[in-house]
Design a protein around this ligand. Sequence first.
Ligand code: CU
Length: 479
Amino acid sequence: MLTRRQLIKAGAATGVLAAASGAGATALARGSGGGVAEEAFAVPLKRARVLRPLGGGRGRHGAGYDVYRLSARETDVSVFPGTTTRMRLFNGELAPVIRATRGRPVVIEQTNALGVPFSMHLHGGHVPARHDGHPDNEVLPGGSRVFNYPNEQRAATMWLHDHSHHAHAENVYLGTVAGYLLTDAFEERLPLPKGQYDVPLYLRDAKFAGDGSLVYDMDGFMDRPTVLVNGRPRPYFEVAARKYRIRLTNTSNERAFLLRLGEGDEMTHIATDGGLLPAPVSARVLEIWPAERQEVVIDFSRYPVGSQVVLSNAIAFPGELPEVMRFDVVRTAHDPSAVPDRLRPVPDLGTPTVERTFVMSFDAATGQHLINGKPFDPERVDMRPRLGTTEVWTVRNTDTQFGIPHSLHTHLEHFQVLDRDGAAPAPGEAGLKDTVTVMPGKSVRFKLRFTDYTGKFMYHCHLLGHMTMGMMGQMEVVD
Ligand SMILES: [Cu+2]
């Protein structure tokens, strides 16, 4: 039996998180610790349900807005046939989705029917501090809070999750996640696949006990052998032989995926955290870390009707099934969609006048994860960026001894990656981002500009166990 530390070291050897496993492994695997038997492609994908607004109205500036209610509550669902899994879900649903349009605000009345505090955060949202889900604004059990999202930002695939002080990792793990897809006129004009051919997929890992219950162990991140897509274990998805826009969000606490389609078939990478890339990028693998979004267009017209194309994880841990899901091409369809040669230029974020460094490290003596040598302190403001100022942030991961990857997620603003250890970012990282992962011994530089909103916002590692153990800071944006 390997110790956790040996496992972490072994995982780091590949430079990502785990040794790559062979594709096409056994069709049947068993979760460790007597978990449920798991067969790949036994259940159909459940499409994420798009919520209908409860109502709307006219805001201060005359713009229409939509109202939604999201209630976080415990719900029994059946993930594996014949078993019941108690999860914590918004409205009792696995990843419901809100579709929003730039310029039309969304108001969400969020009620907390859980037994723990809750603080809803729109990941990727450019929103006022009091609506950002700061842990100081936790909603206690039985309480509620109204969130106002202005939607004055570029089209992007975002998501909603808990940001409470102590329960966020468990709440995310137990399923309290919703999608938030913002579109705008620029994106709508492009001939990308739309409607039923624009499919959000929420990927995550999990560990289930034999009775179907979800097992949460903060340190058990290498023992979550089940992959769920929109809450279904390794589903199949019946598609038409045409192009689809697939919007991937990794809602895992710690799991990274290196996705591979079929035998390394081409996917067209079109967007990331902050929306469309400057230009499409041909991709044969697609890396997606916790909280990141990656969007691809997949052209299923390459495959004859009757084909089955597997999406697999090239960095599954040893002993795990690599399969994530399967696309079954079942019919032909008319396809007026196309991927233009140019998508969306990155906006000019200005000339930086401030530089900051963020050193990410694990303290083996205390088990805490630190930024610049300090664990999170809610009483401490770590920095005060000025509104209208462009800054360059260098994020350095010094955890070579333990081989621990870290990420940095900035609230409020998206950023532009400038370089990784001095080298230009890959074309797939050339769009706006809000979460970057930095491998041990590596560094990344990005620039961002503070706009519109003052107040306190968080930044943190989005490997949620690390965040729980201190890897978070707060900035107060000042005028
Ligand atoms: Cu971390």
